[in-house]
Ligand binder design. Structure first.
Ligand code: GDP
Ligand code: MG
Length: 239
């Protein structure tokens, strides 16, 4: 019956950059049930970062970008011979297992993430990350606006304000209530990058009795990302 496994040979196209986006399933409910702080919870962020680091250690991708409940992975080498079914299923299950391990809280129902493979040109890859970062920013504005307005408005009224006002209007609404969006932590506005960075480490050579310096690659969690552009990817990621 192997001939019925018709999708098993579906592969990523040759020569493309490959991004995988993995997104938590029904995480609105999960965050509500686990009483994570709204709109941003440091503990939730830490779990996502630990999960990204677990992934980086296991599969060595070029770059990971996370915000909210999503993890975007830019591959450097493509494992599993580029087979889509393998990439989607192994990566989503690895992230699910890692998230559950890092959560350290009892849960009523198993957690799951979905996964999709996105082949891109090099220019398209930069555009992709810029788009996700724009989404992180929209999420930030809407999240703060929603939860701030909800303190004295019904859900229906709040949704109505969000629908009517443009983002500049929401800036004003928040500013009047003491929240300056521009001063929020960069990780909330721009998301978080996880990648390997070259660092110089000092060691000691006991044979020669001298200090030695060497260059190592260490996992770096970047909570102060700039606005993405092509230069960022060229400089930081040695593509
Ligand atoms: N309370 C809280 N919820 C969060 C946080 N980060 C992400 N979430 C939740 O995760 C959801 C992610 O959006 P989306 O994927 O569209 O929703 P889903 O379909 O329910 O997974 C948000 O709507 C939030 O409810 C956080 O830091 N705190
Ligand atoms: Mg989700």
């Amino acid at each position: 019956m192997r001939e019925c496994e018709i999708f098993s040979n579906l592969k990523v196209p040759c020569g493309s950059k490959i991004v995988i986006r993995i997104d938590g399933r029904t995480f609105s409910k999960l965050s509500h049930d686990l009483k994570f702080k709204k709109p941003y919870d440091d503990e939730f962020r830490d779990i996502m970062v630990k999960t990204g680091k677990d992934f980086l250690k296991e599969f060595s991708p070029a770059f990971i970008y996370t915000f909210s409940d999503e993890i975007n992975i830019l591959l450097s080498e493509i494992p599993f011979g580029g087979r889509i079914e393998k990439l989607d299923s192994v990566f989503a299950s690895f992230i699910t297992g890692s998230f559950t391990k890092n959560l350290l809280k009892p849960i009523k129902k198993p957690i799951s993430f979905d996964s999709r493979v996105i082949p891109l040109s090099e220019k398209g890859m930069v555009e992709y990350f810029k788009e996700r970062q724009d989404e992180a920013w929209r999420n930030c504005i809407n999240g703060y606006a929603y939860w701030t307005l909800r303190t004295d408005h019904t859900k229906k009224e709040t949704m109505e304000v969000l629908r009517k006002k443009k983002s500049s209007g929401l800036h004003d609404v928040l500013f009047e209530r003491g929240i300056n969006l521009a001063e929020l932590p960069a990780w909330q506005r721009r998301g978080i990058g996880i990648y390997k960075k070259e660092v110089t480490v000092e060691g000691y050579n006991p044979v020669k009795d001298e200090k030695v310096r060497s260059i190592r690659k260490k996992i770096f969690v970047d909570e102060n990302l700039p606005i993405f552009n092509a230069e960022f990817f060229r400089e930081k990621l040695i593509l």
